[in-house]
Design a protein around this ligand. Structure first.
Ligand code: GDP
Ligand code: K
Ligand code: MG
Length: 290
């Protein structure tokens, strides 16, 4: 019998959704950083084995609709909620368990769910046992699983439980499909990840990355990208003294893009100022955010 279905990963910012998706797929699909709200888009990763295919989605963290961008992100969370076969409710083992369970309960899920306690590596055995007992007593999920996405522990058990909850179905995608996202999208995400790693506080949240040129030449791929910010002062910060910062973004990003494409890359970055891009539908559309 062949099973196939859609599985969405929910959880508060920093629960480890992107790390889990990457661990399950074995590729760096979703960017990971310790900052909240790193993930702006739904990212799909497809795991195909002989007798099952799972289409995973990482959803943006659940947050306040403060800007238009946030409203769109909430829309993505809701649409993910509605079309999953199985929802993974992911919590950080160190978070307040009652708050997490209340949040998950408030989603009023119709889909079958698995309560997944991530970061089990951070707790002592006895504390973990106590936490799992509380989670089992909750009763709103089909099952409870403890994992460490970072250390790749408990993932096989998690996969077995997911598969057992999927409907009988033919695969949805050809077996060699890893994602429904374009290469350009991943390139932009890799550049955005470097900005998250290099700059403090506000800057990354005011930044979008758009790949403007992607050309496969004979021995290398030539890529140009715009880093879009909202103010001149931010442009100055991204550039850095004598262009030092943007060169650093470029060289770090190039290393990862070359790994991702398995090709030599020539990367050119430009900074553009676009006042209030986060509140402008046209820009959001251009950046693929809506
Ligand atoms: P997301 O916001 O839910 O997508 O979370 P990320 O995947 O970006 O992870 C947030 C942070 O938690 C990163 O610093 C990860 O390295 C860390 N993290 C994720 N999974 C684990 C885990 O199993 N154990 C530990 N100790 N840290 C983890
Ligand atoms: K994060
Ligand atoms: Mg994420």
């Amino acid at each position: 019998m062949h099973r196939a279905g859609f599985v969405n990963i929910f959880g508060k910012p920093n629960a480890g959704k992107s790390t889990l998706l990457n661990a399950l797929l074995g590729e760096k699909l979703a960017i990971v950083s310790p900052k909240v709200q790193t993930t702006r888009h739904r990212i799909t990763g497809i795991l195909t084995e002989k007798d099952y295919q799972i289409v995973f989605s990482d959803t943006p963290g659940i947050i306040d609709p403060k800007y238009k961008l946030h409203e769109k992100m909430m829309g993505a969370v809701r649409s993910a909620l509605e079309d999953a076969d199985v929802a993974l409710l992911l919590m950080d083992a160190r978070d307040n368990v009652e708050e997490c369970l209340e949040l998950f309960g408030s989603l009023k899920l119709k889909a079958t769910s698995l309560l997944v306690v991530n970061k089990m590596d951070t707790l002592e055995k006895a504390d973990l046992e106590k936490l799992l007992e509380r989670c089992r007593a909750w009763g709103k999920a089909s099952d409870v699983v403890a994992i460490s996405a970072l250390q790749k522990k408990g993932l096989n058990t998690l996969l077995e439980k997911i598969v057992s909850l999927l409907p009988e179905s033919e695969p949805f995608y050809p077996e060699d499909t890893l994602t429904d996202r374009s290469t350009r999208f991943f390139v932009a995400e890799i550049i955005r990840e470097k900005i998250f790693h290099l700059f403090e506080e506000e800057i990354p949240y005011h930044t979008a990355v758009v790949v403007t040129q992607f050309q496969e030449k004979h021995t290398l791929t030539k890529i140009s990208a715009d880093i879009v910010v909202t103010r001149e002062t931010q442009k100055g910060i991204i550039l850095g003294e004598k262009g030092k910062s943007i060169r650093e973004i470029g060289s770090r990003a190039r290393v990862d893009i070359e790994k991702f494409l398995d090709r030599k890359v020539f990367l050119e970055l430009h900074v553009k100022v676009r006042d209030k891009w986060r509140d402008n539908d046209l820009y959001l559309k251009e950046y693929g955010l809506i």
